[in-house]
Design a protein around this ligand. Structure first.
Ligand SMILES: Cc1ncc(COP(=O)(O)O)c(C=O)c1O
Length: 406
């Protein structure tokens, strides 16, 4: 065993600053907030213990691309929140989708994905996996007979889906999907970013994905992604994912861990605000339709009630107008910033012209329900009356171009 270096021993400055004093915290004197292990490398005092650690025969860390104590704390937190055994962290939500698809699929496999899936998920399935000889079928998430038919007739490796979908909050029937997938011996991958860690854990979904950039961190100041599943699946994917190198930085993990301290409180507030906002919007004469699963006018309200503990905090609606009204509305808002992303403490708006789906065929666009007047709101933790008053004045300005939008 190596002796620890005494920093008081004779050494010159360049040597000393690279071997600074080590400050141990006594075992009975723990910090209440875990420190950030901003260290790429961890060392053992002897080679034998290093090898035992490599072989999984003892606890320990070696290189932070694999994991480190700060990352591990977050992995364990998120796995437990989602009701699964283990988790892999990556540098963004998109990295969690890409790494999962690439790790689980091989040439000749078939993937079932949906028209309503997040744009980059569709891109990965339609373009990236296709380069490696993986075929796909794209259906509507609501096409239950189509899903049954494809899974019965075409050997399928993965079903990748979301619920509620972005932006119009369609609800996938998770029990139906997972039952069909199990019968077809196919894995289910659910991007659960919109619904959150507290939802859907009771369903037989094999792998949950999350963009930690959104509700987990909650403050719009850090990016991250998580792949969450039971131990055997995470163990099967770990080597592939780690070797592709989409590591989460420990400082980012620390910020996300801190965000998780208020995750339930923020979600509760955001969901309550979203319900209040959606009720207000449904009573407005210039709003043709509100897409929010918490409203009993939502076509899958009953399914959402069965599946979810709350209804999320994304509210979309169709203005009685087009791009012009949509732009004027968004520009007139004071408390909603015009930008992408969701799940922050502050409210956000995406006007119709900025909503994705440009690559849809005409038929896919019709299925997507994204129209020229569709607006997406991500509702924050502000006071609901302020948000409603802001929406009210912006709607008035959108339809009265003579009113100034300052
Ligand atoms: C449902 C969903 N999944 C994944 C992502 C991607 O997350 P990130 O921006 O962290 O890569 C997003 C981003 O908007 C999203 O809405």
């Amino acid at each position: 065993m190596r002796a620890r270096l005494d920093y008081r021993c004779a050494m010159n400055d360049n040597t000393f600053v690279n071997h600074p004093p080590v400050v141990d915290v006594p075992a009975d004197n723990r910090p209440l907030v875990a420190p950030i292990y901003q260290s790429v490398k961890f060392t053992f005092d002897d080679v034998g213990e290093t090898l035992r650690s490599f072989r999984g025969e003892r606890d320990g860390f070696f290189y932070s691309r694999n994991t480190n104590p700060t990352l591990r704390q977050l992995e364990l937190t998120l796995a437990r929140m989602q009701g699964r055994e283990d988790c892999l962290l990556v540098g963004s939500g998109v990295a969690s989708i890409a790494a999962t698809l690439v790790s689980l699929c091989k040439q000749g496999d078939h993937v079932l994905a949906f028209i309503e899936s997040y744009g980059p998920t569709r891109y990965l399935v339609q373009h990236l996996l296709a380069k490696f000889g993986v075929t796909h079928t794209l259906l509507s998430a609501l096409d239950l007979p189509g899903i049954e038919r494809v899974l019965r007739e075409t050997p399928t490796r993965l079903v990748v889906f979301e619920s509620p979908t972005n932006p119009v909050t369609k609800i996938a029937d998770i029990a139906h999907l997972t039952a069909q997938a199990r019968r077809a011996k196919c894995l289910t991958v659910m991007d659960n970013t919109f619904a959150g860690f507290h939802n859907h854990g009771g369903y037989e979904v094999d792998i949950f994905l999350h963009s930690l950039t959104k509700f987990a961190s909650g403050h719009g100041d850090v990016m991250g992604g998580a792949i969450i599943a039971d131990r055997p699946l995470i163990a099967a994917m770990r080597k592939d994912v780690v070797t592709m190198g989409p590591t989460l930085d420990p400082h980012a993990a620390f910020l996300i861990q801190r965000g998780m301290r208020t995750y339930p409180l923020r979600c509760e507030r955001q969901c309550a605000n979203a319900l209040a906002v959606s009720r207000y919007l449904s009573g407005h004469t210039r709003v043709k339709r509100v897409h929010f699963p918490g409203l009993d006018t939502h076509p899958q309200h009953e399914l959402a009630r069965r599946q979810m503990k709350d209804f999320g905090s994304i509210v979309s609606f169709d203005l009685d107008g087009g791009y012009g009204e949509g732009n004027r509305f968004a520009e007139a808002l004071q408390f909603f910033s015009i930008t992408s992303s969701v799940g922050s403490t502050e409210s956000l708006v995406m006007p119709p012209q900025l909503l994705g789906g440009q690559e849809y065929t005409a038929a896919q666009r019709e299925t997507s329900l994204i129209g020229r007047g569709t607006v997406r709101l991500s509702i924050g933790v502000e006071d609901a009356p302020d948000l409603i008053a802001d929406l009210d004045q912006a709607l008035a300005k959108a339809f009265s171009p003579s009113l100034k939008t300052t």
